[in-house]
Design a protein around this ligand. Structure first.
Ligand SMILES: N[C@@H](CCC(=O)N[C@@H](CS)C(=O)NCC(=O)O)C(=O)O
Length: 254
């Protein structure tokens, strides 16, 4: 998979007949959909786009120009990670990722909703640190405590059960990025291994899930991308090896 991000003026690659996800490599919402596609073992293509110089054609798939968007048939697409993921789970029902109990499904959605204030605290800390307020740090820790309590109450390895489900794949991309905050000097956002022992065990288990292993990134990489974005020039192509793969050392002239 090329990690190069296409930009304004770049042509839309030909449709390959598979599901096609429009994404940005460091976008947590796009990661949600990648994880679900991986968890379901679906065949798909990925097109990464530069969100600062968007290719014109992204609006044919996503009216607001946001990622992720999923082209499920040539020229027909869905946008928004939650809409895409529920669609994928319902369209490809083998190994369902949502709870069969409607109440539990609703509880999972409420958990994601309640966790959202920790997500917004993360965004402020990472990209707009001068606007950070102590209430946001509190909201962040409330979010972590909420997850830990939920894991305790549910008594399962993952929030969904013995295997991860939609609720886990929806929340995980943010937990993955939270670990970059202390590396960026935001020590108030560190996830203390003693206070959050159960949550840390859960995070370690998530890192071993094949869908996550195939796409997740280490905190150090998120730190580097965050720094580039916070400085005003996001380095979208920092993982793109296609540019260097074929550069062979030149033969010395005899
Ligand atoms: N609610 C949307 C949010 C998607 C979103 O905000 N994606 C960001 C990248 S992480 C984006 O596309 N930003 C570009 C823009 O807003 O123009 C979802 O869950 O898919």
């Amino acid at each position: 998979m090329s990690e190069k991000h296409l930009q304004t003026g770049d042509a839309l690659p030909a449709f390959g007949g598979k599901l096609r996800l429009f994404a940005m490599r460091f976008c947590p919402y796009a990661e949600r959909s990648v994880l679900v596609l991986n968890a379901k073992n679906l065949k798909y293509d990925t097109v990464f786009i530069n969100l600062d110089q968007k290719p014109e054609w992204i609006y044919n798939f996503s009216p607001k120009g946001t990622v992720p968007a999923l082209e499920y048939e040539e020229g027909k697409a869905l946008f928004d990670s939650n809409i895409i993921n529920v669609f994928l789970d319902e369209k490809y029902p083998d190994a369902p990722l949502q709870a069969s109990d409607p109440i539990r499904r609703a509880e999972d959605k409420m958990l994601v909703e309640k966790f959202a204030s920790a997500q917004s605290a993360y965004y402020t800390a990472a990209f707009n640190p001068q606007a950070l307020e102590s209430s946001m740090v509190q909201n962040y820790h409330k979010g972590l405590e909420l997850l830990q309590t939920e894991l305790q109450d549910r008594g399962t390895k993952f929030l969904h059960g013995d295997e991860p489900g939609l609720v886990d794949y929806t929340i995980w991309p943010f937990l993955e990025r939270f670990e970059a905050l202390p590396l960026l000097g935001k020590t108030d956002f560190a996830i203390d291994r003693t206070k959050y022992a159960l949550l840390v065990t859960y995070m370690d288990a998530m890192k071993q899930v094949p869908a996550v292993k195939a796409y997740g990134l280490p905190a150090e990489t998120h730190k580097k991308f965050t720094e580039s974005r916070a400085s005003g020039s996001p380095d979208y192509n920092m993982l793109d090896t296609s540019a260097v793969c074929c550069m062979r050392p030149r033969k010395k002239k005899e």
